[in-house]
Design a protein around this ligand. Structure first.
Ligand SMILES: *Cc1c(COP(=O)(O)O)cnc(C)c1O
Length: 378
């Protein structure tokens, strides 16, 4: 077996090496400017990101988690309110709802897309529901037609968690512009990534943008005239300058991700127990996540992951536990049942994946996976 070189689950160097000179120049420009917080780089990046996405407004902040908190606060979501979201997501989605004092209400996923099932929304709406918070998981846009129709029927705003989906599109429109607010993360693993933490809120309406602008700066529209309890949540000038170097490349990287996803799809076709993700229009594949079903000789996800690790192929389980089953929500959400999300948590496996992943690497992963799902039998 070929264990010569370890295959990492993510290799960021191809998004770094070709731009190193430009990144260094941007870095030096900010250092010499002596202006490090909310200066011209952040303003320029906000304008460029808004133009790129087709968003009316865009505001930088500290992280994707803060983007969610700021968006919910801008809508006035707080104690006593409920927000409908998916249990199959990174914890930050639910955490943000809890952080503003509201209660996340988990609606099960559609097993084909792994995204919030619009068909489950109506039954979860109560008099306390204040917003819908869908997540474009792994870069796949949610069914925004159906979710938008549900939101309209119940008079609810939609806040999009776009942390994994910068550049994803639904019917040609960028995610983050389909609801009233969109929340992005520039964590290093995301499709548009910075060099540390960073986030962005897109807003459809000026009053929501103003609220986010105020909340990210200690609740002050005018410095030292604080109107409400806010946050210290700004995007650094350094991060903004570096993100401005990467932003013009994100569409090409997303296209390379789609190409790599198609490449895996061809290689994995017919493997027993393996379900590959669909390549739907507008998907930007932040992760390439397959499902592995035990049976017909296939030993199941955990055994397959262990067999791949033994061959030097690193994989990840995003996510092993649905939010409603996390210890933090055991007491409050113990009675919640989301069988499709629970099943997904037992079957998903994210393969080594990045824009420009060499085809030879994909060959090796597919071959190792083929051996693993056959339980070591040829
Ligand atoms: C990464 C992520 C977040 C949080 O973003 P940070 O920048 O890490 O705070 C929120 N939601 C989802 C779905 C994410 O993947």
């Amino acid at each position: 077996m070929n264990t010569a070189t370890r295959i990492p689950v993510l290799d960021l160097s191809c998004q770094l090496d070709p731009l190193l000179d430009d990144l260094s120049a941007a870095f030096g420009r900010v250092l010499r400017s002596c202006h490090y917080i909310l200066g011209p780089e952040v303003a320029a990046f906000e304008g460029e990101a808004a133009a790129h996405l087709g968003a009316a407004h865009a505001l930088g902040c500290n992280s994707g988690t803060d983007a969610l908190v700021l968006a919910l606060r801008a809508l006035g979501v707080g104690p006593g309110d409920e927000v409908i979201t998916t249990p199959f997501t990174f914890f930050a989605t639910a955490e943000a709802v809890s952080a503003v004092g509201a209660v996340p209400v988990f609606v099960d996923i559609d097993p084909a897309s792994l995204n919030l099932d619009p068909g489950g929304v109506a039954a979860a709406v109560t008099a306390r529901t204040r917003a819908l918070l869908p997540v474009h998981l792994f870069g796949r846009p949610c069914d925004m037609d159906a979710l938008g129709a549900e939101a309209d029927r119940h008079g609810l705003p939609v806040v999009e968690d776009c942390a994994q989906a910068f550049g994803a599109r639904h019917r040609g429109r960028a995610v983050g512009t389909l609801g009233v607010l969109g929340c992005f993360s520039f964590f290093p693993t995301k499709n548009l990534s910075g060099f540390g933490d960073g986030g962005l809120v897109t807003a459809a309406r000026p009053e929501l943008a103003e609220a986010v602008r105020m909340l990210r700066a200690h609740g002050a529209r005018r410095k030292y005239h604080n109107e409400t309890l806010g946050y210290n949540s700004r995007l650094d000038e350094l991060q903004a300058a570096l993100l401005r170097v990467r932003l013009p490349h994100v569409e090409a990287w997303n296209a390379a991700r789609v190409q790599a996803a198609r490449g895996y799809g061809e290689r994995l076709a017919g493997l027993p127990g393996v379900l590959a993700p669909e390549v739907v229009e507008g998907h930007v594949f932040n992760q390439y996540t397959i499902r592995i079903r035990a049976g017909n000789g296939c030993p199941g996800r955990d055994a397959v992951q262990a067999a791949l690790a033994a061959e030097g192929v690193e994989t990840m389980v995003y996510y092993p536990v649905p939010c409603h089953r996390l210890p933090v929500y055991a007491r409050s959400h113990g009675k919640t049942a989301c069988p499709a999300a629970e099943a997904a948590c037992g079957e998903v496996l994210s393969l080594p994946f990045w824009p420009g992943i060499p085809t030879a690497v994909q060959d090796r992963v597919a071959e190792a996976l083929g051996r693993a799902v056959r339980g070591g039998r040829a």
